[in-house]
Design a protein around this ligand. Structure first.
Ligand code: 5AD
Ligand code: SF4
Length: 484
């Protein structure tokens, strides 16, 4: 590993001494300081400073971007969609290599823009920069980047923003790990009526293909009192749907003495007045408990959707992946879920081309897709991630075989989705309206409790409302409906 003077990979002992409450106050002071610096710039420019936050990757990152945006807005900086902005922040993902490549490609374009506007500030954060090799590449190939910070110290973004506005040269602040969770910093919600809520950070599962445990660190749960307080505040400000976020929500509370477990937390969230829909992501099949099934089945607010990543239908491959369940136990779990909740929509993630996988294993994945009767699935081609155990395994298939296998899995997913989603056809169901349709402004887009998208005629005034919509036409993964 490269030793950089200003990359401090071992701040663990220092963060341990931090008092999270003192830290919150400190960061709030920093927002005031950033605001006065932004004001000075504004006077020079004759207009407000602008910032563009671009999010790659998952729901966790989307939530982190809302925190970054909240700090920017609180500092008087205008948020825009255009990368011509004074500050551009890429919140990156590294789960697959193509996510990294996309960032490098776009950084090249930013460099060209910066040549014309040398005052432009370019910031990289998120999972990708948790890797030392990435930081080295950026230093060498993209030296015009002004700041890099990681996933563990996002709570000190106000302080980093002050430094960005005050200092020249590349600022690098990436921590290897942290044990603290700093609460109560401003957050700008993308949607007024729904919000993600982090319930835990990090991951201890170490699936052999996955880089997340290395870039997001060890599992840490937030205190339930803090989570419930956040949900209550969100509900008071008009949020009716919350999505509880964690890499594996089923292990929520582990390691916190006297803390609720995940079903217990759901029971408490359910009691919050004003919350009408509760979602959560992601649930690992290895420890989804009977108690969780019971709570879901009894609840009137928990949505009838479960994202249950299977990754492969072959027990042999699952073992190599270190998933800690088999094809049989997964399918048994699906049957149990369906027996308790006949309407439940189940979705999944699948990886094709894991090193050691053979075409016969893919046959098993295809048959599992049919047996599990998914409403939808994300299908990925395996991407080798440096430092993970699987990066040392040898592939047994050619690229053509992997491509052919991928297409077979995708065809099965599409066939099942069309078939299973059609069970709602002709029914009138509750839809939460989320947005005006981006392709046709006469339409709005909303979601069923089961997460299926529905497009129907309407306008922006309907956003955030719950409406009864007749599901007229099944388009595979979504419906065209009519308001009744
Ligand atoms: N290659 C391909 N897909 C991956 N995922 C995680 N790591 C990899 C990898 N190395 C997929 C898994 C996971 C989803 C978020 O990303 O399917 O569930
Ligand atoms: Fe990407 Fe995973 Fe990080 Fe989410 S947690 S941003 S999917 S690498």
């Amino acid at each position: 590993m490269h030793a950089f003077r200003d990359v401090d990979y071992d701040r663990y002992t220092i963060t341990k001494e931090y008092d999270p409450e003192v830290e919150t106050v400190r960061q709030r002071d920093m927002i005031e300081r950033a605001a006065s610096l932004a004001k000075e710039r504004e006077e020079k420019l004759g207009r407000r400073m602008s910032a563009c936050v671009v999010t790659f990757g998952c729901q966790m990152n989307a939530r982190d971007s809302e925190k970054i945006s909240g700090v920017l807005i609180s500092s008087g900086i205008e948020l825009v969609d255009d990368e011509n902005a004074d500050i551009v922040i890429y919140n990156t993902c590294t789960v697959r290599d193509n996510a990294n490549q996309r960032v490098y490609g776009r950084l090249g374009n930013l460099g060209v823009m910066k040549k014309k506007h040398p005052d432009k500030k370019i910031v990289l954060c998120g999972c990708m920069v948790q890797e030392a090799a990435v930081i080295e590449k950026i230093r060498q190939t993209y030296p015009f980047v002004d700041m890099i910070f990681g996933t563990h110290n996002i709570y000190k973004f106000p302080e980093l923003l002050v430094r960005l506005l005050e200092e020249d040269g590349m600022i690098v602040d990436v921590w290897k790990k942290t044990d603290s969770v700093v609460e109560n910093l401003p957050t700008l919600r993308k949607y007024p009526f729904k919000s993600g809520v982090n319930i835990m950070f990090g991951c201890d599962n170490f699936c052999s293909y996955c880089i997340v445990p290395y870039v997001r660190g060890r599992e840490r749960s937030r205190k339930s009192s803090e989570i419930l307080e956040e949900v209550r505040r969100l509900a008071d400000s008009g949020v009716s749907e919350v999505m509880l976020l964690g890499q594996n929500v089923n292990s929520y509370g582990r390691g916190l003495e006297g803390e609720l477990n995940f079903p217990g937390l759901l029971r408490e969230v359910e009691k919050t007045e004003g919350i009408r829909r509760i979602r959560f992501m992601t649930s690992h099949p290895k420890d989804l408990s009977d108690e969780l099934i019971e709570v879901m089945a009894e609840s009137s607010k928990i949505c009838s959707h479960l994202h249950l990543p299977v990754q492969s239908g072959s027990s042999r491959v699952l073992e190599m992946m270190n998933r800690k369940y088999t094809r049989e136990s997964y399918l048994k779990l699906v049957s149990k879920l369906r027996a308790a909740m006949p309407e439940l929509s189940i979705t999944t993630d699948i990886i094709v081309g894991f090193p050691g996988e053979e075409p016969a294993d893919i046959d098993e994945t295809v048959s599992l897709v049919h047996e599990a009767a998914y409403d939808n699935a994300f299908t990925f081609i395996y991407s080798k991630r440096a430092g993970t155990p699987a990066s040392n395994y040898e592939s047994k298939m050619s690229e053509e075989e992997i491509g052919e296998g991928f297409n077979r899995v995708l065809a099965a997913v599409q066939e099942e989705a069309r078939k299973n989603v059609s069970r709602f056809a002709g029914r009138t169901m509750e839809v939460l309206v989320e947005d005006v349709n981006d392709k046709d402004k006469e339409y709005v887009t909303g979601r069923l409790s089961g997460n299926v998208l529905v497009h129907f005629k309407g306008d922006a005034s309907l956003i955030g409302s719950y409406l009864q919509v007749k599901l007229c036409e099944n388009k595979g993964f979504y419906y065209i409906g009519e308001r009744v």
